[in-house]
Design a protein around this ligand. Structure first.
Ligand code: NI
Length: 172
C-alpha cells in the first residue's frame, strides 16, 4: 500500500465513528505503514484512519522536529484513559483542513492506552505537543475535528472557506 488520498473537510466520511480493531494482523500493519507514508509526505505530525477513508481505530503520529530522527508511533484502538484537570491552549492544524489553524484548549496531559503494531497492550503518558496530537487524532476516530472545539461562528468560517476553495479548484 502506498500513499493514500486525504479526505478534506467538510465531508461526511470524517464524521463517521471508527470501528475497534479485533485482530492486529498484516492488513492492519499495512494500513498503519501507508498512513505513516501519507503523513510524512504531507509534513503532518499525526493522521487518523478516517482521514484516509479507513474507518478503523488506527492512528499514527510522529512529533519529531525537522532535523531530529523520525520517531513513528502506531496506535491501534487508542483510548484516553486519564486527562489532567490542567488545560493547555495550542494552535492546531489538520491535514483534512489544509492551511487552517486555530487555538484549541484541551487537557494538558493525558494517559493513552492502545495496542501497538504487534498487538501488544501499551500505555503512554503524554504532555506538550504529543498530548495535543494524540487527543486531536483520537477525536478523529469519533468523527470530531479540531474545529468542533471552537465556537460555531469560528467553525463555520473555517468550513465555509474550505468549501469555497474546493469549488474554486473544481471550477478551475
Ligand atoms: Ni487532524
Amino acid at each position: 500500500m502506498a500513499e493514500l488520498p486525504v479526505i478534506i473537510a467538510p465531508d461526511p466520511r470524517l464524521k463517521k465513528k471508527s470501528a475497534r480493531v479485533e485482530t492486529v494482523d498484516d492488513s492492519v500493519r499495512e494500513k498503519l505503514d501507508a498512513m505513516l507514508e501519507t503523513m510524512y509526505a504531507r509534513d503532518g505530525i499525526g493522521l487518523a484512519g478516517p482521514q484516509v477513508d479507513i474507518h478503523q481505530a488506527l492512528v499514527v503520529c510522529d512529533i519529531a522536529r525537522e532535523g531530529e530522527s523520525a520517531h513513528p508511533v502506531r496506535l491501534v484502538n487508542p483510548e484516553v484513559v486519564w486527562a489532567s484537570d490542567e488545560q493547555a491552549t495550542n494552535e492546531e492544524g489538520c491535514l483534512s483542513l489544509p492551511d487552517q489553524y486555530a487555538e484549541v484548549t484541551r487537557p494538558a496531559r493525558v494517559r493513552v492506552e492502545y495496542r501497538d503494531e504487534t498487538g501488544t497492550a501499551q500505555a503512554m503518558d503524554a504532555d506538550g505537543l504529543l498530548a495535543t496530537a494524540l487527543q486531536h487524532e483520537i477525536d478523529h476516530l469519533f468523527g470530531r475535528l479540531f474545529v468542533d472545539h471552537l465556537s460555531k461562528v469560528k467553525r463555520n468560517m473555517i468550513l465555509r472557506r474550505l468549501s469555497k476553495e474546493r469549488r474554486q479548484k473544481g471550477a478551475a
